[in-house]
Design a binder for this molecule. Structure first.
Ligand SMILES: *[C@@H]1O[C@H](CO)[C@@H](O)[C@H](O)[C@H]1NC(C)=O
Ligand SMILES: *[C@@H]1O[C@H](CO)[C@@H](O)[C@H](O)[C@H]1NC(C)=O
Ligand SMILES: *[C@@H]1O[C@H](CO)[C@@H](O)[C@H](O)[C@H]1NC(C)=O
Length: 412
């Protein structure tokens, strides 16, 4: 499992890391900041208290238990500030974050720029997911987070367990079909889940921002970095465990990558994610005070397998024998994106400068939808956006979120 993991691990971490360097003024202090005291508005009382109530919105904390025992925290913003709309008719939206962050990443801008609050003001019943392993979802019925078994999962389990638990909870309480909105990894687990059709009977539509499923067109620079770094060994040391970007070992990895690859980490943003056009310096401060979040090392390895393969598969145990034991076949089962029901309303928004959801990969992804009903597909291309702009850009309301609102309302 080791060599295949190294590329992806480097990749994913660098992506996150460069996200944190979005504001050049912040860059020099980055390591110190991660290690030091968070400056402000951290979420020790939960996400509702720290990031929703302060804007004058109602917000409920919910806990949801997955079939494999994880206890996931969710937030519900049941209505907007004015309480507009018919309470009986408010349509639920589930907002699902990406890798190495949690739901709070949607709430860091001022209220009128935040996607969840914009949706609430538009009359939607807004739900935010926090996947297993993130700080408020680091709980399990029998396991605790110090045990390797707690971290024995990849995004396959987010598809098999986390999304179904969240969908069941929302559907059970509201009796309504759900609009799904994902960013980054949140789109990958959405696509794969809907392709397996388990949730589509509870799904009304899906909006996918910075959509990822195929990752084979990452810049060659990254592959070089991984090849030259010592990450393979590091993964072997970490083993089946928590991948905590704030831990010492991962900090050393970052420095190692920058050093080995002879890259000026100050420039990583431009090298890797592309340049986010429109982030607010205060928002970046908040971001760094609250993120990154942990995931499992096994998940990072699975993502790296996803980077190498053009085909989307379940986690590869590394040998046909072991795959045979887990899946009854020599290669892990494939997720067939084209199997998503052709009449599911879909909205895509992707950025011209996004090096994670690279334009070439997004086009390949869109190709998988060539038999989709054309009146059920909305595709938006935002030339100046990179990966983080979709969650935090100061102008995202005008550029993307208003389009999302229009799309969701059209499905009513
Ligand atoms: C940036 O964020 C701060 C703090 O939330 C806010 O006061 C300011 O208006 C924001 N700037 C822009 C351009 O939105
Ligand atoms: C991890 O899960 C697999 C099944 O998916 C199981 O075979 C293995 O024993 C588990 N390992 C640990 C340490 O829990
Ligand atoms: C994927 O799904 C589509 C639509 O159902 C089907 O036509 C195609 O044969 C499937 N591909 C594979 C490899 O199973």
């Amino acid at each position: 499992m080791v060599p295949s993991g190294s590329i992806g691990l480097a990749l994913w971490f660098l992506i996150f890391f460069s996200l944190s360097l979005t504001n050049p003024l912040e860059a020099r202090g980055h390591f110190g900041r991660l290690a030091g005291k968070p400056p402000q508005r951290t979420a020790s009382d939960g996400i509702c208290a720290s990031s929703v109530h302060i804007f004058g919105y109602k917000c409920e904390e919910h806990d949801v238990v997955t079939q494999d025992g994880y206890i996931l925290n969710m937030q519900r913003i049941p209505e907007g500030r004015t309480g507009a709309g018919n309470p009986a008719k408010r349509q639920p939206v589930l907002i699902q974050h990406g890798i190495l962050v949690d739901g709070i990443s949607w709430l860091l801008n001022p209220a009128d720029q935040n996607l969840p609050l914009i949706l609430a003001d538009q009359g939607f019943d807004v739900w935010m997911g926090n996947t297993r392993g993130t700080r408020f979802s680091k709980r399990h019925k029998y396991l605790n987070a110090n045990q390797p078994a707690f971290w024995n999962w990849t995004w396959d389990e987010l598809v098999s367990y986390d999304l179904p638990a969240m969908f069941d909870h929302i559907h059970g309480l509201t009796g309504q079909k759900i609009h799904y909105l994902g960013h980054s990894l949140g789109t990958l687990i959405g696509f794969t889940s809907f392709s397996e059709k388990g949730l589509v009977d509870k799904l009304k539509s899906a909006a996918m921002l910075s959509p990822i499923a195929y990752l084979s067109h990452m810049t060659t620079v990254l592959v070089d970095i991984a090849a030259r770094s010592f990450l393979a060994e590091a993964i072997a040391i970490i083993g089946l465990a928590e991948f905590n970007p704030k831990s010492g070992i991962v900090g050393k990895l970052i420095k190692g990558i920058c050093h080995d690859a002879n890259i000026d980490c100050y420039d990583l943003l431009a090298v890797i994610t592309g340049k986010n056009c429109c982030l607010n310096a205060s928002t970046i401060d908040l971001f760094l005070a609250n993120e990154p979040q942990s995931t499992s090392t096994k998940n990072m390895i699975h993502l790296s397998q996803t980077v190498r393969d053009k085909v989307l598969r379940k986690y590869n145990y590394g040998s046909s024998d072991r795959n045979m034991k887990h899946y009854g076949q020599a290669l892990p089962p494939v997720y067939n994106i084209s199997a998503i029901p052709h009449d599911l309303p879909l909205f895509f928004s992707y950025g011209g400068l996004d090096r994670l959801a690279d334009v070439t990969d997004v086009k390949y992804l869109l190709d998988q939808f060539k038999f989709h009903n054309s009146d059920k597909m909305d595709v938006q291309f935002v030339k100046e956006y990179a990966h983080a702009d979709f969650i935090m850009a100061v102008n995202a309301k005008d550029v993307v979120y208003n389009q999302v609102v229009t799309f969701f309302k059209r499905q009513a």
